[in-house]
Design a protein around this ligand. Structure first.
Ligand SMILES: [Fe+2]
Length: 201
């Protein structure tokens, strides 16, 4: 069985930008739901749980053809929520180190990057995510995915995630998704983003 990650902060640490009730439901209901379903499907396929979850993406053909779509959907639900929860925190809100170097190299400066990320997020149609990723040459690339698709499915390495499903923001922001998107930049923990980058270097 795969285990849920613990939140790297207290349930109310993202206040006032994301309320504790939203964080609690998001973690205990939505994320847990994807994890339970993923474990159920993998057990059903007699999987031995020896690989990392990321490796399952490349090895999806080992599972019953009829289960592959649902495994990828729930695997995405797990990977995406884990990256989203890890992207945020209560400190290190200004980029430093490797992420700052990459942002300056690929976007000129942090403000340009932020403007571009916000523009692309606002452009997402339906339910999905905005990711900061690295391409095969480790160049930064911002991309939206639909539903629970993870950038690994398209050959991109995700290092930062913004959940744009309504359950991420609706209790506090109602239909004002763009306010949630703007406020996300007050709670990014760039030390955690640097940790994700290191996985791929
Ligand atoms: Fe979510």
């Amino acid at each position: 069985m795969y285990e849920m990650i613990s939140l790297p902060y207290e349930i109310d640490d993202l206040e006032p930008y994301i309320d504790s009730k939203t964080v609690s439901i998001h973690y205990n209901k939505h994320y847990k739901g994807y994890m339970d379903k993923l474990n159920y499907l993998l057990n059903k396929n007699n999987y031995n749980f020896n690989d990392s979850k990321e490796l399952l993406v490349d090895n999806i053909s080992m599972f019953d053809m009829n289960d592959r779509g649902e495994i990828l959907y729930n695997l995405g639900g797990v990977l995406n929520h884990e990256l989203y929860f890890k992207t945020m925190g209560n400190s290190n809100h200004q980029p430093k180190g490797e992420i700052l170097r990459l942002i300056n190299r690929d976007y000129g400066n942090y403000n340009n990057f932020k403007r571009e990320f916000i523009k692309i997020s606002n452009n997402l149609k339906g339910s999905g995510y905005t990711f900061l990723t690295m391409d095969k040459d480790n160049k930064l690339f911002i991309m939206n995915t639909s539903n629970q698709d993870n950038p690994l499915y398209y050959g991109y390495k995700p290092i930062m995630a913004l959940d744009l499903w309504e359950h991420s923001y609706y209790l506090k922001y109602y239909n004002n998704r763009s306010d949630y998107i703007n406020n996300f930049f007050n709670i990014i923990d760039f030390n955690n983003v640097n940790r994700e980058i290191k996985k791929y270097l």
